[in-house]
Design a protein around this ligand. Structure first.
Ligand code: ATP
Ligand code: MG
Length: 250
């Protein structure tokens, strides 16, 4: 069943069409890869899905509901949560505090909770932070400032912050960049666990080995358009995909 779909989505920046008439659907509970050469429009597409940009044309649907005109925060409350290419954290705050910040965007929390802040609610917040620390294997670092973490650990923390918002669809922009081989293996494991828990993942990633072993379906973008879509095997065998990466397909 489809959870997220794009219908003829186009984004122009002046004379440049960064995303051009893109249509595709993401299956609930899948890991859906979005790949393509530099400048293909992947990050712009994330910004269109999550509401940082409004499309020039087309629409975005979440669970069959048109969300194209909703704000970023409303989309987050509806379960569309992204991480950014490059790390975005509060560097001076501890790991624990950073994850706590993520809870603010939680889809199910109401503003009343934050004003009243009952003991039970504060405890459930602490439990949630603990759960995410364990899941992301950052418990031993919970009192460390985010800036003191390794690059790979900071990226995992970014994902833990996003998970605190309880996404239905988690959009990750190049989460594996700069990770060591063992950090990559651990993140692959984490993403499989996230999928198992029922959360849908949309993954932009340049690391092909990781994309191929992790994704159920892959959409390939080139010059803002969908070049092809299918299983990792289909994409691997598609002759134009390789030439797009080598810069020979217009
Ligand atoms: N805010 C903007 N204003 C003008 N042009 C932009 C803007 N954002 C992106 N672009 C252009 O749109 C195109 C798509 O960029 P985008 O960042 O979406 O690519 P990408 O697929 O994420 O690339 P990469 O793999 O390098 O991250 C590029 O030509 C880029 O220069
Ligand atoms: Mg990008």
């Amino acid at each position: 069943m489809t959870i997220l779909s794009l219908h003829g989505v186009t984004k122009k920046f002046g004379g440049l069409t960064a995303v051009n008439d893109v249509t595709f659907s993401v299956e609930r509970g899948s890991i859906h890869g979005l790949i393509g050469p530099n400048g293909a429009g992947k990050t712009t597409l994330f910004s269109l899905i999550t509401g940082f940009y409004r499309p020039t044309a087309g629409r975005v649907e979440l669970d069959g509901k048109d969300v194209t005109s909703l704000s970023t925060s409303l989309r987050a409350r509806n379960g569309l949560v992204r991480t950014f290419q490059g790390t975005v954290l509060f560097p001076e705050q501890t790991v624990e505090q950073n994850i706590g910040n993520g809870l603010l965007a939680k889809a199910s929390s109401s503003w009343v909770d934050w004003i009243v802040e009952s003991n039970a609610y504060a405890k459930s917040r602490r439990d949630e932070v603990e759960r995410l620390l364990v899941f992301s294997r950052l418990t031993d670092l919970k009192h460390s400032a985010a800036r003191d973490l390794s690059h790979g650990q900071q990226r995992v923390l970014g994902i833990a912050i996003a998970l605190a918002a309880r996404p239905r669809v988690l959009l990750l922009d190049e989460p594996f960049t700069g990770m060591t081989a063992s950090e990559k293996d651990r993140l692959v494991e984490m993403l499989r666990e996230i999928r198992k828990s029922g959360t849908t993942v949309v993954l932009v990633e340049h690391d092909m080995r990781t994309v191929m072993r992790l994704c159920d379906v892959i959409t390939v973008l080139n010059f803002g358009r969908v070049l092809t879509e299918g299983t990792p095997e289909h994409v691997r065998r598609h002759p134009e995909v390789m030439s797009a990466y080598l810069g020979t397909t217009a």
